[in-house]
Design a protein around this ligand. Structure first.
Ligand code: ASP
Length: 343
């Protein structure tokens, strides 16, 4: 049976060209990509295309764009067997994370890809990435799609979307998934890690509600009380991703703990993730994280900042109590974290 794949083109370097006036890269429409990848017509898949009315640089991505992608997938879910999302690399990990939470019980692949070099340049990586992404979206085993989750296909790997971070501005292999092995290794063959792939546990649903009253706060030596107060108490935020040192450590200076404690008492959800790419948060391992556990900071295990932020927006967007948001932040909803039996 011919697979039906929908390409959702949002923009990104893959479809960009230099603006003759400014010399900066700007996104062009989808025809520009088709023109450079005639191979797409040779695939034994039936391709549909849905292009954003205004293709964007992904640095301009907003929650409304994630909701637009989710809406397209919801509306076309039964008409297609798989989806390829062409997207800029800068915020691809955020978008893939957000989509992973918006879409539950996926039984079809959602494959994000893009490129480091525009498709019109001779050394482009876009052609290869796009062709591989379509192949993965169309792959089947025993009559079902091989991949049934949101992932990122880039160069040599297929990664779980909500485990991925953009790692390099320079390498063709631009992404890493430090805490989760690749879902597939891409070379001459595509080797899938079948045992590690997520499978649906119920009917497919879409919930794209997101609460944007969230922030990311990176702890640094020399941080000042006024800045912390403004963010924690005077900003109207509902949730904060606190990027701490190492395995979840932060300064023990009394005003730091006091302000956090007050914010938590006011109902702010504070999620502790590490500034290290690899490893996990273990509150209480050091004295410098004991207080965080005691006052009710939520340990974010081995989540990426991107996944933690998208998850927090998603959970705060539901009609949940604060306790429930805090509880679900540490639960494995879409393979975004591993639960550790630490203190
Ligand atoms: N600025 C571009 C974007 O994120 C970078 C890229 O696509 O590689 O849209």
């Amino acid at each position: 049976m011919t697979q039906r794949i929908l390409l959702i083109y949002t923009g990104g370097t893959i479809g960009m060209m230099e603006d003759p006036r400014s010399g900066s890269l700007v996104p062009l429409d989808f025809d520009h990509i088709l023109e450079h990848v005639p191979e797409l017509n040779r695939f034994r898949v039936q391709l549909g295309v849905h292009a954003f009315a205004e293709p964007m640089d992904s640095s301009d991505a907003e929650v409304a764009h994630w909701q637009e992608i989710a809406g397209i997938i919801r509306d076309q879910y039964t008409a297609y067997d798989g989806f390829v999302v062409l997207h800029g690399t800068d915020t691809m990990a955020y978008s893939a994370s957000a989509l992973s939470f918006m879409l539950s019980n996926l039984a079809k692949p959602i494959v994000f890809t893009g490129s480091q070099v525009p498709i019109g340049r001779i050394r482009t990586d876009g052609k290869e990435n796009l062709i591989t992404a379509v192949e993965i979206a169309a792959a089947r085993r025993d009559g079902s799609p091989v991949v049934q989750e949101v992932c990122i296909c880039f160069q040599a790997h297929l990664f779980r979307g909500n485990r991925t971070m953009k790692y390099s501005t320079e390498e063709f292999d631009a992404f890493r998934s430090p805490n989760c092995p690749p879902l597939a290794d891409i070379g001459i063959h595509i080797f899938y890690m079948h045992d590690g792939l997520i499978r649906p546990a119920g009917p497919f649903t879409v919930d794209s509600r997101m609460d944007t009253r969230v922030g990311i706060l990176k702890v640094f030596p020399g941080m000042q009380e006024d800045m912390l107060r403004a963010v924690l108490l005077d900003s109207g935020l509902k949730g904060i991703i606190l990027e701490t040192y190492g395995s979840g450590n932060a300064p023990r200076i009394p005003w730091f703990i006091r302000l956090l404690e007050e914010a938590l008492r006011n109902g702010l959800v504070v999620v502790n993730v590490s500034q290290c790419a690899e490893g996990f948060v273990e509150q209480g391992r050091y004295k410098t994280s004991q207080d965080l556990a005691r006052i009710g900071v939520t340990g974010g295990a081995d989540m990426t900042t991107e996944a933690a932020l998208a998850k927090l927006m998603h959970l705060l967007g539901q009609e949940l109590t604060i306790e429930e948001v805090r509880r679900q932040m540490v639960a494995d909803l879409r393979g975004e974290l591993r639960t550790f039996s630490s203190r």
